[in-house]
Ligand binder design. Structure first.
Ligand code: ZN
Length: 265
């Protein structure tokens, strides 16, 4: 199943994405147990006609109570910033207010001289998740996967002793365009980040230091994950700066491409 979140005048709704003919189309509305925003009226939803996914203006397909991010989950990325690979998962939070929609601008704040892209696989939580036992399967807790750009003010990350400011600016968490439960990160999903069409990051979830089951068990012992919460699973090597006018694209195999343009504040 693949779905997106669709914007209507008086709220939003989730809608199924399916291939009709040879095109990915947005079709029928879905009820998901993860909605936190104002849902569009039944009348508005009833009148929706199918439309092409590529042409639609979508919202981020998640409305999380929190965004849990993993630092240094690829060896080569830990190395490129001068860090050792961690011996246990390194987690931090991005505020839900940093969420950004596919196609919407990423704003570089004036107080940062270096804003980086970090293409990542996102995991959307399906149901309340707390103290997952070591032999309990984690797949039932996963609603699906999506693309995330964990935009980071790298200079502020280096000067601050923790990362709330560097990771937390408005627009610093583009997510989408869709959520899908079809890819299998344990089998391996390719992830590619491009800036202005040029490949800058290329990774595969097979190379995670901590696989998703380890991450979910670890996080669930610290904080309860709620339906709709988002986990950003870490970025591969190749992070680099963004300038005003850049087009940054995060492509996850089986999901699609999350594209955003960068603007200056
Ligand atoms: Zn990251």
């Amino acid at each position: 199943m693949k779905y997106c979140r669709y914007n209507l005048e008086n709220g939003s709704c989730y809608r199924l994405v399916e291939v009709l003919g040879e095109q990915e189309m947005i079709t029928r509305p879905l009820e998901l147990p993860v909605e936190r925003r104002r849902r569009a009226s039944q009348q508005d939803i009833k009148n929706l006609a199918p439309e092409a996914l590529g042409a639609a203006r979508l919202l981020a397909p998640v409305t999380p109570s929190k965004i849990v991010c993993i630092g240094r989950n690829y060896r080569e990325h830990a190395k490129e910033l001068g860090n050792e690979a961690p011996s246990e998962p390194l987690i931090f939070l991005k505020p839900p207010s940093s969420l950004n929609s596919p196609g919407a601008p990423i704003r570089r704040p004036k107080i940062s001289k270096r804003v980086d892209f970090e293409g990542e696989l996102g995991v959307v939580i399906a149901k309340t998740c707390s103290y997952v036992h070591h032999d309990e399967p984690v797949r039932p807790y996963i609603l699906g996967y999506t693309c995330v750009n964990d935009v980071t003010a790298r200079d502020l990350q280096q000067t601050d002793s923790q990362w709330t400011r560097a990771k937390g600016f408005d627009t610093f968490c583009p997510v989408g365009p869709v959520v899908s439960n079809e890819p299998d990160p344990w089998a391996g999903i390719e992830l590619t980040t491009r800036v202005n069409g040029e490949v800058r990051q290329h990774g595969n979830t097979r190379d995670f230091i901590f696989p998703i089951d380890v991450l979910i068990r670890y996080i669930s012992r610290i904080m309860t994950l709620n339906p709709g919460d988002l986990i950003a699973t870490g970025t591969p090597a190749g992070v680099g700066p963004l300038n005003a006018g850049d087009l940054v694209e995060v492509t996850v195999e089986g999901i699609g491409t999350l594209a955003n343009v960068v603007v200056d504040e």
